[in-house]
Design a protein around this ligand. Structure first.
Ligand code: HEM
Length: 188
């Protein structure tokens, strides 16, 4: 029974972690399009509303592009928050995963705030550049989080969830006491 639960939360963690990477990547591409199509002020200097309305009339392409960028934030938010919640509840001992998913969530919140400043400062170049820099950092964080959440390939019967989600170090080196025993596990 317990073993079954582990498998379920492993799958959930992977879905949220992969979802975070894919959705963040898409949001960055949309953000690039916002910039290159000069749609940064498509919603005016209004935030969190768009042109002062919750449902603005979609009568200009710049407004639609900027609004899509803002709305797609919710998709990223669901995946990043989901990863953090699964990490806090099911992987507390896997410190890499808890740290990375918490930091990604905090960085995403900061990015939303920076997005607000980008708009309210009429696309100040420094703020806009900081927005791009933080976006790249978030993508890096969610990618490293996936690497940490990659399940242990050589599952030994006694391995626990924490052992299987240990993060940075090679599973081969972690689970072997000496370098020679590590090699004997890689080489045929
Ligand atoms: C509600 C929150 C957000 C708002 C209001 C917002 C707003 C904007 C605006 C106005 C631009 C255009 C800047 C310009 O033309 O100079 C932009 C670009 C961009 N945004 Fe956002 N953004 C938000 C969240 C995010 C998030 C969460 C990410 C990524 C994780 C992101 C990634 C980008 C990227 C990569 C660009 C292109 C920057 C460039 O090419 O210089 N944004 N955003």
């Amino acid at each position: 029974m317990a073993r079954k639960n582990w498998k379920n939360s492993d799958g959930l963690l992977r879905v949220f972690a992969y979802g975070s990477v894919v959705s963040t990547y898409i949001l960055i591409v949309i953000g690039g399009y916002v910039t290159t199509s000069n749609s940064g002020l498509g919603c005016g200097e209004s935030w969190p509303l768009c042109e002062g309305a919750v449902f603005p009339s979609l009568n200009r392409p710049e407004l639609v592009i900027e609004l899509s960028h803002r709305l797609f934030n919710f998709v990223v938010g669901v995946f990043v928050l989901g990863t953090a919640v699964v990490a806090w509840t099911g992987y507390r001992k896997a410190s890499n995963i808890v740290l990375l998913s918490t930091t990604s969530l905090v960085a995403l919140i900061a990015q939303v705030m920076l997005g607000m400043v980008t708009v309210t400062t009429s696309l100040n170049p420094v703020v806009s550049d900081a927005h791009l820099a933080l976006a790249s950092a978030i993508l890096a964080m969610v990618l490293i989080d996936i690497a940490s959440a990659k399940p242990f390939k050589n599952k030994s019967p006694g391995s626990t969830k924490v052992q299987r989600f240990h993060g940075w170090q090679s599973p081969v080196l972690r689970s072997s006491s000496t370098p020679s025993s590590a090699c004997s596990r890689i080489l045929p």
